[in-house]
Write a protein of this length. Structure first.
Ligand code: SF4
Length: 382
């Protein structure tokens, strides 16, 4: 039994506690049934189905999909989202990253279900036979590209585990994080008849890289040599530990390390590719001082971020619950979150450190900042 709907309406603490119960139960192999009273009725959340086996997932992917948008869109011209995924292939479902702001674990689960090589290669063949396929597979991935085939070494240990992430705060000793299966798969796909290029469009988790391992070095080498479309997306999300802890993301030093490896492998491959890091401002625990530090840190390495977003609370996530309740549901400690538009805009502006002409507290040109606040809020900036 979790706190009733009515209790939660009156008591944010009860709502926060409900979230920690739900997240903990949903991250383990569990047959627990969750019940919540709502008025004079009871809401029953049944346990999820077990995660799909390779055979079951292959059966789904072997169904005769048309690979086309719904017919109702036929006369509506090109659909940008469809164009992006038209020639991409899913290799697996699930994500064990456990990032606080992301709902993927709530949709697909923490445990990875992977397709067989044969099923993926069969889809490659189907793609190459499509009349408008020009030879470029735009993605071979999943929620995180490099989790294909990863799972616990001893699944009986996983069966008793309730960690929300297999890699945060540290990579679990029971996780088999070998990249060997991906090395073989990428090679087979890029050598398939009719395929000229395969790029990885899904995000790469560099916190899974143990550079002492041969399979990891080989993965990075092949990735950079054959599978980057000029720009590789990664998601450090912030530079400051206070915020990264709340995001359940690793230290920025891991990004620094990967950045160096990426540049050096690029050089070896004779390529001039870019690493595109994603960042979020105004996430719970992010204060203006953290964003100023972020700007300074990015400036020190000459990084000009393009892919940035200001935090938007997403239902079913830890970050959303912190945003709404103002507390961490696990520690029950209060957490600061920037809420008004002025604060949020000031945080976001720090990403664009390279645009500043004169300093102020936020590190930006005062007049520009005021003008932006006015444009954004319809009010005059402070
Ligand atoms: S035991 Fe380790 S690998 Fe298995 S589910 Fe838990 S954290 Fe993940």
């Amino acid at each position: 039994m979790i706190y009733s709907h009515e209790t939660c309406l009156d008591d944010k603490l009860a709502f926060a506690k409900n979230f920690s119960t739900l997240e903990t139960i949903s991250n383990k192999f569990s047959d627990e049934r969750i019940i919540q009273e709502v008025a004079d009725k009871r809401l029953v959340v049944n346990p999820p189905y077990p995660y799909l086996t390779e055979n079951e997932l292959d059966t789904i992917y072997n169904l005769p999909f048309t690979r086309l948008p719904h017919p109702k869109y036929i006369k509506k011209g090109a659909i940008p989202a469809y164009e992006m995924i038209k020639f991409s292939i899913n290799t697996h479902r699930g994500c064990f990253g456990g990032c606080s702001f992301c709902t993927i674990a709530a949709h697909q689960g923490k445990f990875i279900s992977s397709r067989s090589e044969a099923s993926i290669l069969n889809e490659v063949k189907i793609l190459t036979e499509m009349s408008d396929f020009k030879g470029h597979i735009s993605d071979l991935g999943g929620p995180s590209a490099n989790m294909y085939r990863m799972k616990g070494k001893d699944e009986s240990v996983c069966a008793k585990c309730s960690r929300y992430s297999c890699i945060y705060p540290k990579v679990c000793v029971n996780l088999n994080a070998s990249h060997e299966a991906m090395n073989k798969l990428y090679q087979k796909v890029r050598e398939s008849a009719g395929v000229k290029m395969v790029t990885i469009g899904s995000g790469i988790r560099y916190d899974l890289f143990d550079y002492s391992k041969r399979d990891v070095r080989e993965y990075i080498e092949n990735l950079i040599r054959y599978h980057v479309s000029g720009r590789l997306k990664v998601a450090p999300e912030h530079t400051e530990d206070d915020v990264l802890v709340m995001m359940r993301k690793p230290s920025f030093s891991l990004f620094d390390e990967f950045y160096r490896v990426f540049m050096s492998e690029n050089k070896k491959a004779g390529k001039n590719q870019q690493l595109i890091p994603y960042f979020i401002s105004s996430h719970p625990a992010s204060e203006i001082k953290h964003m100023q530090n972020l700007a300074n840190r990015l400036k020190s390495i000459g990084l000009r971020p393009e892919q940035v977003q200001d935090f938007t609370p997403t239902p079913m996530t830890l970050s959303n619950v912190i945003f709404y309740t103002g507390i961490d549901p696990y520690t029950l400690k209060p957490i600061f979150t920037a809420r008004n538009k002025e604060e949020k805009l000031q945080q976001k502006e720090n990403f664009f450190w390279y645009k500043k002409n004169e300093s102020n507290n936020t590190g930006y040109k005062r007049n520009e900042s005021q003008a932006n606040v006015k444009k954004f809020t319809g009010r005059k900036g402070k």
